[in-house]
Design a binder for this molecule. Structure first.
Ligand SMILES: Nc1nc2c(ncn2[C@@H]2O[C@H](COP(=O)(O)OP(=O)(O)OP(=O)(O)O)[C@@H](O)[C@H]2O)c(=O)[nH]1
Ligand SMILES: [Mg+2]
Length: 537
């Protein structure tokens, strides 16, 4: 490798980029061993890897190129280790699957040949060994045999080679088995197929390891590559590895994004569930308000009858007896209104409590039936919902809401201090109504004694009674509405805290993920730029 300063600078840039890639990829769970190896190989010799299907004559080809029977040849799958061939003497095992074969051939001073186990043999381990070594190659001699050039399995293998961004020289071995016309046919066929797979036309050599045919041309090509391209290939080879792993990293991030989006979808579903719940609760509440209104309508109706019956000239003296008027009003008009109102209200409050419980239960159902996203995190929310459900007591909740209604009523102008409990408060309001009527009718009776304006005065008194009744009704409804609104807000918040942390975490994770995607993309752009730069130089 020439050591001109420009190249040294490029090598530094490559090394820095590889290190950065390593740092970005490792946390993504991408297998970064090839990249770490590539970093180490930057210092090492040029690796020319001979790869191809078993029996295509890889070992024979290397033996022929080096002019010595260094490597075992055979008709069955033969080579079972990666064999590094370096300058020197003597053979040495470098590991279980790696052998260093030394030979004092001058070519080996500038490169190392690598003989690999054949692919597509019944021995799967051979294929795995070779595939694992591919990323280290600076140049690949892809050997195929003239008697079965470019099989489907070879296409797949060549695609794998391409995915690592390797430069390939195609070698069709055993050319001695073909006549001249067949050779041209095979060459054209292989060229066309290789172009389809690689997207470019690689150099193709028809050779015979047996007869030596075409070997000189192949060797010349190797020397030419070494002379003109070795430095560039040596640097762009690890960039190819980086790019391939970056792609893998992007795939992982995409899968992760899918998963997160599915989870985010669940957040939206829960939001929608809550919204629907709030709307439905409001709607059903309208029905409950109508039932309260019914009780008031009945009081009013009875009140009208009572006025007609009792506020008459014939009964004018009765009207002066305040306590009798009050008793009569209470027994005929108010009647069981207090119990019924308390019943309706208590029922409404218990219903608010049950509604929240229903909300939790539907959320739990939703989570249970949702397609399994990430079991662990889903289990977490499920557990929280379950716990909230278990802790939740509609009765306690109703009692709590009741307290709010009472507080709201106590704060109104109609209520008088000292009353404890919803029943007492309502009784106070209604009995106040009776007391009003007493005063009303007494005044009325006094004013009209001897006069014949009774019907008009009676109508005025009835109107006053209705106004007062409507005011009580409004107070009650307003108190209940206020309690409901507060309760709904509280319940919504209680519900949201169950899943909002998850949703925020998901949102955060999605943002972090996009940042990683961006980083990998930037690294890839930089790898591309450096490679283009190497091509130019
Ligand atoms: N006719 C002919 N036979 C050859 C040629 N080169 C190799 N062979 C024969 O093909 C067979 C396989 O040769 P190897 O060199 O072992 O092939 P390989 O690709 O290394 O095989 P594996 O190590 O199993 O992957 C042997 O029987 C060789 O004698 C050639 O150029 N012409
Ligand atoms: Mg072999």
């Amino acid at each position: 490798m020439r050591l001109d300063p420009e190249l040294v600078a490029k090598a530094e840039a490559v090394r820095a980029l590889l290190a950065e890639g390593l740092e970005a990829l490792a946390p993504l769970g991408v297998e970064t061993a090839p990249l770490r190896q590539a970093l180490m190989d930057l210092e090492g010799p040029f690796l020319l890897v001979v790869a191809g299907e078993f029996n295509s004559g890889k070992s024979s080809l290397l033996n022929a190129l080096l002019g010595a029977p260094l490597l075992r040849e055979g008709v069955t799958p033969t080579t079972d280790k990666i064999q590094l061939i370096a300058y020197g003497e003597g053979t040495e095992a470098l590991g279980e699957d790696l052998v260093l074969v030394r030979f004092p051939h001058e070519l080996l001073k500038t490169l190392r040949f690598v003989d690999t186990p054949g692919t597509n043999a019944v021995i799967r381990r051979h294929q795995a060994l070779t595939e694992a070594f591919l990323p280290r190659a600076d140049l690949i001699l892809f050997t195929t045999s003239a008697d079965r050039p470019y099989a489907e399995s070879e296409r797949r293998f060549l695609e794998l080679i391409r995915s690592w961004g390797k430069k390939v020289v195609l070698v069709v071995n055993k050319a001695d088995l073909l006549n001249e016309a067949e050779k041209e046919e095979v060459r054209a066929f292989v060229l066309e197929k290789a172009r389809e797979t690689l997207g470019l036309v690689p150099p193709v050599f028809l050779v015979s390891a047996r007869t030596g045919e075409g070997l000189a041309e192949l060797e010349a090509k190797i020397r030419e590559v070494l002379r003109h391209e070795a430095a560039r290939l040596k640097l762009s080879s690890p960039l190819g590895v980086l790019q391939r792993l970056l792609e893998e990293g992007q795939d992982r991030l995409s899968a992760e994004r899918e998963r997160l989006l599915a989870e985010a979808e669940r957040c939206r579903t829960l939001d929608a569930l809550l919204k629907r719940h709030l709307r439905q609760t409001q709607e059903e509440f309208a029905g409950r308000k109508a039932r309260l209104a019914q009780v008031f309508a009945e009081i009013e109706e009875r009140g009208e009858r009572w006025f007609k019956e009792h506020v008459r000239l014939g009964r004018i003296l009765d009207l002066l007896n305040a306590s009798r008027v009050q008793k009569s009003f209470e027994s005929e008009v108010i009647r069981d209104a207090e119990e019924r109102l308390v019943l309706e209200l208590t029922d409404a409050l218990a219903w608010i409590g049950r509604r929240e419980r229903d909300l939790l239960a539907s959320a739990l159902d939703l989570i249970k039936t949702a397609r399994p996203v990430e079991a662990a995190e889903e289990g977490d929310l499920k557990a929280r919902l379950q716990e909230a459900l278990a802790r939740f007591s509609p009765e306690a909740e109703a009692a709590f809401v009741q307290g709010r209604v009472e507080a709201a009523l106590k704060a109104t102008a109609l209520a008088e201090a000292g009353a404890v409990g919803l029943g007492a408060l309502i009784a106070l309001l209604l009995h106040g109504l009776a007391a009003d009527v007493t005063g009303l009718t007494a005044g009325l009776a006094a004013a009209i004694l001897g006069l014949s304006v009774l019907p008009r005065r009676r109508e005025a008194a009835l109107r006053a009674f209705k106004r007062r009744l409507a005011a009580i009704r409004e107070e009650l409804e307003a108190a209940l509405e206020k309690a409901l609104a507060e309760e709904l807000e509280k319940s919504a918040e209680r519900f949201r805290v169950l899943y909002r942390p998850d949703c925020e975490r998901i949102q955060g994770a999605l943002e972090a993920l996009e940042a990683k995607v961006e980083r990998l993309r930037a690294l890839d752009d930089e790898a591309k730029r450096l490679r283009a730069n190497l091509e130019d130089g």
